[in-house]
Design a protein around this ligand. Structure first.
Ligand SMILES: Nc1ncnc2c1ncn2[C@@H]1O[C@H](COP(=O)(O)OP(=O)(O)OP(=O)(O)O)[C@@H](O)[C@H]1O
Ligand SMILES: [Mg+2]
Length: 192
């Protein structure tokens, strides 16, 4: 279970472990059948993988991300509401998901392999240089937003560039593409 969750969620070991333990207890029938399997609250900064973890759990335990239900809790953030008071007190508990521990390069690698898989359907082979990966990781990471901007950096630097060239017919079936970042940080595409 832990391994499966870690296929999508990088780091955040404590949270992944806590979820896996709860599910194991349920699986072997050690838990009280009248109680829910578990309830977790994952407070933490934005973009560190809270939603990603919930989605991975829904998909690996219940079979699909569609089994996740989302409630909009934004009203709890209103300063003067009674809920806000309760919420603030609750947040005073130690944080489980920590921003500092998100390893951006690993997340970038995972996103890259997803794009590669999608390109494989089109018989296009993609490689990127280390300099390119560094560029994406650099542009896609903001301490304030965690790894959240990473997906957008990938879209801009990689997907948009490739999509344009595929549409123009410059990249075709069975091509091999290499993306590289130059010293001035512009990106070069090699096709053969
Ligand atoms: N630990 C992580 N492992 C894998 N991907 C991550 C991780 N943290 C962030 N990401 C990437 O960043 C994106 C944003 O993360 P996510 O939606 O989980 O943030 P969040 O913690 O729920 O933030 P918010 O508090 O704003 O809801 C994800 O779609 C995922 O691609
Ligand atoms: Mg979220």
């Amino acid at each position: 279970m832990e391994e499966t969750l870690h296929k999508r969620v990088i780091g955040q070991d404590k949270a992944v472990k806590a979820i896996s333990c709860a599910l194991c207890r349920a699986q072997v029938g050690l838990k009280n059948p009248d109680r829910p399997i578990a309830r977790f609250i994952f407070p933490g900064p934005t973009g560190v993988g809270k939603t990603e973890l919930a989605k991975s759990l829904a998909s690996c335990y219940f079979g699909s991300e569609d089994y996740m239900i989302r409630f909009d809790m934004s009203e709890y953030m209103e300063r003067h509401s009674r809920q806000a008071h309760w919420f603030t007190r609750m947040l005073a508990t130690p944080r489980i998901l920590e921003g500092g521990r998100v390893e951006v390069k690993e997340i970038a690698d995972k996103m890259l392999s997803e794009v590669c898989k999608r390109l494989k359907y089109r018989d296009i082979k993609l490689q990127v240089t280390k300099r390119f990966k560094d560029k994406v990781a650099k542009e896609g990471y903001e301490p304030k937003y965690g790894a959240r901007p990473l997906r957008r950096a990938f879209m801009r630097l990689l997907e948009d560039r490739l999509a344009e060239r595929i549409l123009m017919g410059e990249i075709r079936h069975e091509d091999s593409v290499i993306l590289d970042a130059n010293l001035d940080w512009s990106v070069t595409t090699f096709v053969n």
